[in-house]
Design a protein around this ligand. Structure first.
Ligand SMILES: Cc1cc2nc3c(=O)[nH]c(=O)nc-3n(C[C@H](O)[C@H](O)[C@H](O)COP(=O)(O)OP(=O)(O)OC[C@H]3O[C@@H](n4cnc5c(N)ncnc54)[C@H](O)[C@@H]3O)c2cc1C
Length: 406
């Protein structure tokens, strides 16, 4: 049985390992545009010179040989012929598959602002190749503009501030880390970043650019007329799933590749996992999807059920924040907040169940929340304060899935 995996990220590598462990004799081929296996979560450490290329790898040195997994790194898949069951590379080569996994992740989205898309000093940060290009320009740069204050933007801001660069962050929302944090939690980080020298321009949009004769953007103009001079622009304004290779293949994909509960696509024997499915754009979920898809490719019938299990941790300047669950407040939700000596916490309850929790400061004893969210436990009627829940509060699960507490 010939298994092909497109992508050597969290999902692809986990899938390859899983297939190998379940099918010691099966043929497994990993094809990826990446030249090296690397963790995207660590790219800011490369920008700050804390790690080199080898230090970004998340597999052992001789992983492919030791696991007897074939690899073709540094090549791009341009198409999939689902009729003939072949994967077609940009260089014209074709490889037949019996089972195929698409784990192509996503690419940075560069909005069509001024000459952002043409300039030679404007980058997204998604692949090692991006980080290499950015670092080459960032090292001699003095002024760096970051567009977008999500996790990728703030990771990069932190890396550059550590290097003594002059950093400006532009964010169209009026607070930082808007998708990950609420106003209170974001404000705590804003103060820490400002103390480190970061300048924020919040509630403003980049609308125009001035490009010099060398093809570099040297000024970015905001919607309120503010002009920011810069040597380099890093755009951290979101990603788009990498679905180009499924074009005309019959595999259903609008913004994401559509998958069923078993992570199977609309085509027989073709699966998808990780950021390309749009289920959750974070590392642990991509890994879990890679494992689940691989199990299904090996004939097990395993559902991917971890749609609530989002987990994200961030830590800047000694302040840690853990967010569990989906995090966006909807109409009818009950939102509970608490600020005390341990830090700040916010819980969102939906229909008596914990949808998400944000814990900033002391994040110990958070395992119970992960369990409660992941299993969508009914907490209605519980007497313990939501921020002081522990496994000791419960002694069993009732017939309807609600917790019975002592
Ligand atoms: C800077 C940064 C920081 C992050 N920090 C965190 C964090 O702190 N915590 C967290 O949970 N998540 C974080 N993430 C998100 C996390 O990295 C992703 O969720 C995870 O990498 C998704 O894994 P994946 O396997 O789906 O895709 P990817 O890791 O993107 O891998 C995709 C693979 O597909 C290959 N590929 C794509 N198209 C083709 C093609 N046509 N042909 C051949 N190969 C192709 C690529 O080369 C790559 O090998 C961060 C992401 C970035 C960019």
């Amino acid at each position: 049985m010939r298994h092909i995996i497109i992508g050597a990220g969290a999902a692809g590598i986990q899938a390859a390992q899983t297939i190998r462990s379940l099918r010691p004799d099966a043929s497994v081929l990993v094809i990826a545009s990446d030249e090296y296996v690397h963790s995207r979560c660590m790219l800011h450490r490369y920008l700050s010179h804390e790690r080199d290329e080898a230090g970004l790898s998340f597999v052992p040195e001789h992983f492919f040989e030791d696991q007897k997994i074939e690899q073709l790194l540094g090549v791009t898949v341009s198409g999939i012929d689902t009729g003939e069951r072949r994967v077609i590379l940009a260089d014209g080569r074709a490889f037949p598959y019996d089972r195929l996994l698409i784990a192509t992740g996503a690419n940075s989205f560069i909005p069509p602002v001024g000459q952002f898309r043409e300039a030679n000093n404007v980058f997204g940060l998604r692949h090692l190749k991006d980080a290499q290009e950015i670092r080459a320009l960032a090292d001699p740069a003095e002024k760096i503009l970051i567009v977008g204050s999500g996790l990728v933007g703030m990771d990069a801001a932190y890396a550059f501030l550590e290097q003594g660069k002059e950093i400006t962050v532009v964010e169209m929302v009026d607070r930082i880390l808007p998708l990950q944090l609420d106003e209170t939690a974001g404000e705590a980080y804003r103060k820490l970043f400002e103390a480190a020298g970061c300048r924020f321009l919040l509630g403003k949009k980049a609308t125009e650019t001035v490009m010099n004769s060398s093809g570099a953007v040297e000024t970015v103009i905001l919607d309120d007329g503010t002009r920011i001079d810069c040597d380099l622009v890093l755009v951290a304004a979101g990603v788009r799933p990498a679905i180009e290779c499924v074009k005309d293949s019959g595999i259903r994909a609008e913004r994401f590749i559509e998958v069923d509960d078993y992570l199977k696509t609309s085509c027989e024997d073709v699966y998808a996992a990780g950021d390309v499915t749009g289920i959750a754009g974070i590392w642990p979920n991509a890994k879990k999807q890679g494992e689940t898809a691989a199990r299904n490719m090996c004939g097990q019938a395993v559902k991917y059920e971890d749609r609530y299990g989002m987990k994200n941790t961030m830590s800047f300047y000694g302040l840690t924040t853990l967010s569990l669950g989906r995090g966006a407040v909807q109409e009818g939700d009950q939102v509970i907040r608490c600020q005390d000596s341990k830090g700040y916490r916010r819980a969102i309850l939906r229909g008596g169940k914990l949808d998400s929790i944000l814990i900033q400061g002391a994040i110990d004893y958070s395992g119970v929340y992960q369990y409660v969210i992941k299993n969508q436990i009914d907490l209605s009627g519980i007497q313990t304060d939501i921020f002081h829940l522990s496994f000791a509060d419960f002694y069993g699960v009732g017939e309807r899935g609600q917790y019975l507490y002592s």
